[in-house]
Design a protein around this ligand. Sequence first.
Ligand SMILES: [Zn+2]
Length: 282
Amino acid sequence: MPVRLLSFASLTLILTVGNAVAACDFALRNTEPTNAQIERAINIVNAAVRDPQLALFFSNTTEGTADGDGIPVHHIRPDQARPVVAEVPASCRAIVISGVHFERNFAVLSKDNVLMQDKQISMLVFLLMHELGHITNKHYGAFLPATADAVPNKDETEAKARERQADDYVATILKREFGRLGNGNPPIDNYDLYFGTTEAIMFLSSLSFVVSSEATLACFGCRSLGDPRIFWDHGQSHPNFEYRLLLINHAISATPESQALLDSYEKVRNEAGARKPLYQKQ
Ligand SMILES: [Zn+2]
């Protein structure tokens, strides 16, 4: 699995939360177009979540929400950040985004890849909703991010369970919003933001395809051999990113195709351990 994908897979989560709302001070980074992209993503997430208690606001441009219940999103300088794109910090109820890490990772992900071109906002919607999922689940504690040289495994850890909970939150919100297309009830009051959400749903489907393709290219032959590097987790903190995306997409909109993709992936994931040696000569 290429490092570039692992970086997005490692959206970490050190957190806090509980009910305490501590003040957080970060050195902010105000760079365009990233600031505008983050602000737009925040508006889309708020329109999709529709919960005033969980309303995000962009601390780089806004002091706070009127009622003070909002959750600040800070676009911070890289020297303030651990090498992750987004996280819920340990000391406060907030989401931080390291724009430099985001820009670098997205540039690599979208290089020569038409499916990822100009999709920064959709990626940010996914990242913000995932971190919001950690906050709503009151996760706390520090976890190490996945590393490229970690031994592939499918150990069940508390940290991985937390990641699945945060992903489940994303899927629940997006499934609900996707369903509104059909019934129009409650009425959609802002079509521009609403279609930002549907774009994010389509983006996650594309991202799943891209991640699968990249993993196959990075480890040629590994997929057909059921190699754990493709099918297992890369560390103790996060489930395999390709697997996560298959689960999220299936949860948002189950189709015979999404079921078949998931089934075949899980079959090999479960069988991989029984295959020894791992890299058989053909
Ligand atoms: Zn996470």
